[in-house]
Design a protein around this ligand. Structure first.
Ligand code: NAP
Length: 234
């Protein structure tokens, strides 16, 4: 009997995360839907399938990450897929206007929490035969793009550049291992994140993250920055 892969998706209660949960479930994976609000998690899971497990998790709260880890560790032998999807986009201030508080808040959620989540779940990821860690990035993570776009705010794009940097560090530390770390840009997606200005559906946005989450081939990439159009140069 084939053993089911196990996945955890942060911020799985809406937007792209919810479609990643759906796609993993449809691919036969046992999915833990991470949601900081249990009720929102329950509502989302109900729309997908009764088998989806809901895990309460505020990714900026170490105690909450610990509790989620203990719950999954109690039930599972390993974690095969971790999708660090949850993030926030606060304000739109240019560098000269941004407050340190805005920078701290955005980096806390978008960057530091990925380190917190990844390091806490590493023992379970290491127990998998092959583990895929997908960090949600963005096209605006590109330094070249930031250099050329004077109207981009500072906090969110630079937080996604930091996501790419940390992903590369993990990929480098775990190269030649069974752990694969990639940073995937979903495109401009119609979600609450951008007031529904995005042009792709959440399902289309979930396609590239799903591709990397589900690649258990011998040649699965590590340290790649990519979108649904292919690999992006950093
Ligand atoms: N939409 C786009 O065009 C776009 C483009 C490039 C990259 N991305 C990236 O794609 C990912 C998903 O974005 P989205 O558009 O699907 O956004 P979304 O619809 O706003 O969903 C964000 C999710 O993150 C959760 N979240 C935020 N802070 C959290 C915290 N502290 N703890 C736990 N969960 C938290 C939210 O939970 P609540 O429901 O409780 O708030 C929600 O489930 C993000 O990493 C984003 O940067 C999006």
């Amino acid at each position: 009997m084939m053993i089911k892969k196990v996945a955890l998706v942060t911020g799985g209660n809406k937007g792209i995360g919810k479609e990643i949960v759906r796609g993993l479930y449809e691919a036969g994976v046992k999915v833990y839907l991470g949601a900081r609000n249990l009720e929102r998690g329950r509502v989302a899971a109900k729309e997908i399938a009764a088998e989806i497990e809901i895990i309460q998790q505020d990714i900026t709260d170490e105690a909450s990450i610990d509790t989620a880890y203990e719950a999954i560790n109690k039930n599972e032998k390993c974690l095969d897929i971790l999708v660090n999807n949850a993030a926030m986009n606060l304000g739109a201030a240019a560098s000269s206007q941004v407050t340190v508080q805005e920078m701290r808040t955005v980096f806390e959620t978008n960057v530091f929490s990925i380190v917190g989540m990844t390091n806490r779940f590493l023992p379970l990821l290491k127990k998998a035969e092959h583990a895929n860690i997908v960090n949600l990035s963005s096209d605006v993570a590109s330094l070249q793009l930031q250099k050329e776009s004077a109207d981009l705010p500072l906090s969110y794009p630079s937080s996604k550049t930091a996501v790419n940097a940390l992903t590369v560090h993990y990929a480098s530390e775990f190269k030649n291992s069974h752990l694969h770390f990639n940073m995937i840009a979903p495109g401009f997606v119609d979600t609450d994140f951008n007031g529904h200005r995005g042009t792709k559906t959440p399902q289309e946005g979930a396609a590239a993250p799903l591709k990397y989450a589900l690649d258990f081939s011998d040649h699965a990439p590590n340290g790649v920055y990519a979108s649904s159009e292919g690999v992006i140069p950093f």
